[in-house]
Design a protein. Structure first.
Length: 457
């Protein structure tokens, strides 16, 4: 946001010129008002109360939850009632699902009886289900209606619909038959029957579907909205693309946090209490620390071999970092591919074959570099002694094995976790790296024993 806008708003606030402030705020884009609230959070309630009610609702619905919660606590009773009543059902449900029980009860009381039943119905769905995203505000018509009647129906009820880009065709029992874009209706003969305009290429979501499935469905189809049905194919509501984009952003943020080895933050980093930040980070750090302790156990097992050939210890960081890096790469690629719907659990064998080949290729390249490094150093120092070639082969072969194993572990862990019903993102880079660190040491020293027994060991 331009500084001049912020300065002008601050000037009007200092002058307490509410009338001019309202005119200025109502002329701004919704996104600009949101940025203004980010810049001047202490005046968030003032801005919402000053805006015309419809614009206040549109601003409020795009704010992050912590900001919404702060506004709700300080907003005057009348304005709060207006705001909650005018919020679209899906946004209202999203807000209610984040709030604590007592706060929800106080807000639900503000709703008319019909809306109260609707809100409680939407809250009855699982937290991450499509049912929580849907809105019951849509336009539905019967297949035997003419285009003229449909247009009349849209004029009468379309104002209260979330979108009229798509019209839904149902039968007398409310069963969804098809959907049809508004342009097809506008261009059709006024006396044509709606049933004759449908193409039977219906795409619908189930209310019980996970929200990630909805994201993938929207991604694969060029739709601004999709209908939501129950198990009997009865039309319950619709989900619009703006809600899906919001959820996709949340899912992406959550996965990034998990890949980084921490629990997802439910509010902006700078707004997060320090102890809350600590709690979300300490769990994974303890798990990873305990895992890394096994590295010391593995090294202790080969203590006698290390004592005989101290030179082997020099390459431990090289070995374990290479395996961890290859595992983290593979894990990130597979998690992203799963999120985009490019691969499923059933593709595990194809993934494994590809990772075996790519892991070998990567390992051979790194192993060759490792061997050449030792070979090159023999021209400048005799630190590797007369058996430098065996040491080079040990490092080179171990790198092939460790990188191959890292690639396999990193690619298979997300699929295994998905099979077990867990979030694949929890097979984060730190977790894979820790696993490969321990097993990488075992591979390295096992190769060393194979090549150097009777020579240095």
């Amino acid at each position: 946001m331009e500084e001049v806008v912020v300065e002008e708003i601050v000037r009007l606030l200092e002058l307490q010129d509410d009338a001019q402030l309202k005119v200025y705020l109502d002329d701004l884009n919704i996104s600009d008002v949101e940025h203004l609230i980010d810049e001047l959070p202490q005046y968030a309630v003032k801005f919402i109360e000053t805006l015309s009610v419809n614009r206040a609702v549109n601003v409020f619905r795009i704010l992050d939850f912590p900001t919404q919660e702060k506004i709700i606590k300080k907003l005057s009773g009348n304005k709060l009632a207006e705001l909650i009543n005018l919020l679209p059902p899906d946004d209202r449900t999203s807000l209610f699902s984040e709030l604590k029980g007592d706060a929800v009860k106080k807000l639900i009381i503000l709703l008319p009886a019909k809306d109260r039943v609707e809100a409680l119905s939407l809250l009855g769905y699982e937290e991450d289900s499509v049912g929580r995203l849907m809105t019951p505000d849509y336009v539905a018509v019967k297949k035997d209606w003419t285009v003229t009647r449909v247009l009349s129906h849209i004029r009468r009820y379309g104002k209260n619909s979330e979108t009229i880009d798509v019209i839904y065709v149902i039968d007398k029992d409310g069963i969804l038959l098809d959907d049809i874009r508004i342009r097809e209706i506008l261009l059709a003969d006024p006396e044509a029957k709606i049933g004759d305009l449908t193409d039977k290429r219906l795409i619908a979501l189930k209310a019980s579907d996970h929200q990630e499935e909805a994201i993938n469905t929207f991604r694969m189809n060029n739709r601004v909205a999709l209908p939501v049905v129950d198990d009997n194919n009865v039309l319950l509501g619709i989900v619009t693309v703006d809600d899906i984009l919001w959820i996709a952003n949340e899912e992406y943020t959550e996965d990034i946090h998990k890949i980084g080895g921490t629990q997802a933050l439910d509010e902006p980093y700078l707004d997060m209490p320090l102890f809350g930040l600590f709690k979300r980070r300490i769990g994974w750090l303890v798990v990873l620390f305990l895992g890394e302790m096994l590295t010391a156990t593995a090294m202790a097992h080969f203590e006698a071999d290390i004592a005989k050939a101290v030179i082997l210890a020099m390459f431990v960081p090289l070995i374990i970092s290479s395996g961890g890096n290859s595992g983290s790469q593979a894990s990130t690629l597979i998690i992203q591919a799963m999120a985009l719907g490019e691969i499923t659990i059933g593709d595990w064998w194809r993934v494994m074959r590809r990772e075996i080949i790519s892991g070998l290729m990567l390992g051979i390249v790194l192993g060759t570099i490792g061997f050449l490094r030792i070979f090159a150093w023999t021209f400048f120092t005799d630190m590797y002694g007369p058996h430098w070639m065996l040491i080079g082969l040990t490092v080179g072969v171990a790198l092939v094995g460790v990188v191959l194993w890292g690639s396999l572990a990193g690619s298979m862990l997300p699929l295994l976790l998905k099979k077990l019903g867990a979030d694949p993102a929890t097979s984060s880079a730190p977790f894979v790296a820790t696993l490969v660190d321990v097993t990488g040491l075992i591979i390295y020293f096992s190769v060393a024993v194979l090549f150097l027994t009777g020579v240095l060991l």
